[in-house]
Design a binder for this molecule. Structure first.
Ligand SMILES: NC(=O)c1ccc[n+]([C@@H]2O[C@H](COP(=O)([O-])OP(=O)(O)OC[C@H]3O[C@@H](n4cnc5c(N)ncnc54)[C@H](OP(=O)(O)O)[C@@H]3O)[C@@H](O)[C@H]2O)c1
Length: 296
């Protein structure tokens, strides 16, 4: 087995970072698992648990990253201060002597992206470009699991996605690409768009999710006005509504429909079709989305 330098991974208590850490562990790579709650970090071979370290805590991040050669920085939750949080984490990594950063961004990242989350991801990309450290941008496509999580308790996915398309990609495929890039510095300087194998409408994707899970998922397109009014009546805040609706609108406008060969090229296996995904979240589990009974 090739000898690898130590890789620090953040977001390991989450769906993506946990999969990256598990894959690196399978390959015997020494790791630092960095998190806000070290007691919730998994125990893995050749891995040290480090923290508590939030991205915005420069000193805690620097201490947690001591000894790492490469950092896999999973983007944090949307707080309105993500650029500052990510920038602080990158500067802490530089101070700790980290030599390469792999930043997990979002497909379609742009200052004028319709999906609001793709705008502040772009800001972090720009920060990294000027930070003076070797880096790779890994733009994760729209998760295959998200429509299942956005569905209500009756398994209905409602939103203004029209008949636009998205190249849904599984967490496992994204984690496999990140792992490959973390172990091969030929990707330094690259921006890789990680997508699924085909661009599907929400109707097509949700129909396949229903078949795969045996649950009665269905998609009901809404107009923008219906989408806004329905969520407002359910007590969702204006900021949440904007972000939520912008996810559907990015699909409606074709901004996340690009299909790339990044998964097969870096992993040697075809990208996973929606119906073959190995993991499905429960309905009504998208972050920050209130249930009919109250805020989740
Ligand atoms: N491509 C897409 O379709 C898509 C969809 C949703 C989100 N995303 C982005 O991709 C990221 C990873 O996705 P995921 O499915 O793994 O999300 P997830 O399961 O919610 O995990 C997010 C991870 O990031 C950590 N984290 C969040 N904010 C942090 C901060 N300020 N400082 C330190 N750690 C922080 C969380 O730690 P704690 O356990 O301490 O909270 C958790 O481990 C998300 O955070 C989000 O930025 C992408």
């Amino acid at each position: 087995m090739a000898e690898h330098g130590t890789v620090a991974v953040t977001g390991v208590t989450g769906a993506l970072g946990s999969r990256v850490a598990a894959r690196l562990a399978e390959q015997g790579v020494p790791q630092l698992l960095v998190g806000r709650s070290p007691e919730r970090l998994p125990e893995l071979p050749a891995a040290q648990r480090r923290g508590p370290a939030a991205y915005a805590d420069a000193e805690a991040m620097r201490t947690a990253l001591e000894g790492a050669e490469t950092l896999v920085l999973v983007s944090g939750h949307r707080t309105g201060r993500r650029l500052e949080e990510h920038a602080t984490a990158v500067e802490a990594a530089i101070k700790a002597g980290v030599r390469r950063v792999l930043y997990v961004s979002l497909v379609g990242a742009s200052p004028i992206a319709t999906y609001l989350n793709a705008r502040d991801q772009w800001l972090t990309e720009q920060f990294l470009a000027g930070a003076g450290i070797r880096h790779t941008i890994l733009r994760a496509g729209i998760y295959t699991s998200t429509p299942a999580a956005l569905a209500d308790e009756d398994f209905v996915v409602r939103g203004p996605g029209g008949d636009g398309r998205a190249a849904f990609v599984t967490h496992d495929d994204i984690a496999a690409v990140i792992t490959a890039a973390a172990l091969d510095d030929q990707y330094d300087g690259a921006t890789l768009e990680i997508t699924g194998p085909e661009a599907l409408t929400l109707d097509e994707a949700v129909t396949r999710i229903a078949a795969a899970t045996g649950r009665p998922y269905r998609y009901e397109p809404e107009t923008f006005e219906q989408a806004f009014a329905q969520r407002w009546r359910r007590g969702v805040s204006g900021t949440q509504i904007e972000t939520w609706i912008s996810w559907y609108q990015a699909i409606a406008r074709g901004e996340v429909a690009m299909v790339t060969d990044v998964v097969p090229r870096l992993t040697g296996a075809p990208a996973t079709a929606v119906e073959d995904a190995a993991w499905w979240p429960s309905p009504n589990t998208a972050r920050g989305i209130p249930t009919r009974q109250g805020e989740s």
